[in-house]
Design a protein around this ligand. Structure first.
Ligand SMILES: C=C(O[C@@H]1C=C(C(=O)O)C=C[C@H]1O)C(=O)O
Length: 101
């Protein structure tokens, strides 16, 4: 449990912390995206479809399970992972995106 914010110094510190966490999220998404591009290249060479519905269901189920431990709602996790997945499919489907690294 976080302690409540009582002073403007604590308020400012909380925002600095949020900025740092957002930066971590973006870096993590960048790393994930680079791996998706590698998967996309492999799939293109091996004639495997970008969309793998069973695998994506697993990804969402795991994320919901992890989210539950963090107090995140399954609806939020679903929306978040769908947004990430839409971008994955763009990256895997667009040869320019795949070969542009
Ligand atoms: C990255 C893949 O391609 C797609 C993207 C996924 C993702 O972003 O997690 C999952 C399944 C696929 O629809 C994969 O097949 O693993």
């Amino acid at each position: 449990q976080l302690k409540p914010i009582n002073t403007s110094a604590e308020f400012n510190a909380a925002r600095v912390k949020i900025d740092s966490l957002d930066n971590q999220i973006i870096k993590t998404l960048g790393e994930r995206e680079r791996i998706v591009r590698e998967i996309g290249t492999y799939k293109a060479k091996n004639h495997i479809a970008p969309l793998q519905a069973a695998r994506f269901k697993q990804v969402v189920d795991k994320a919901k399970e992890a989210g539950k431990k963090e107090g995140l709602s399954p609806e939020f996790i679903e929306e978040l992972m769908n947004a990430i997945h839409t971008e994955s499919l763009k990256l895997e489907g667009d040869p320019a995106a795949v070969h542009n690294e």
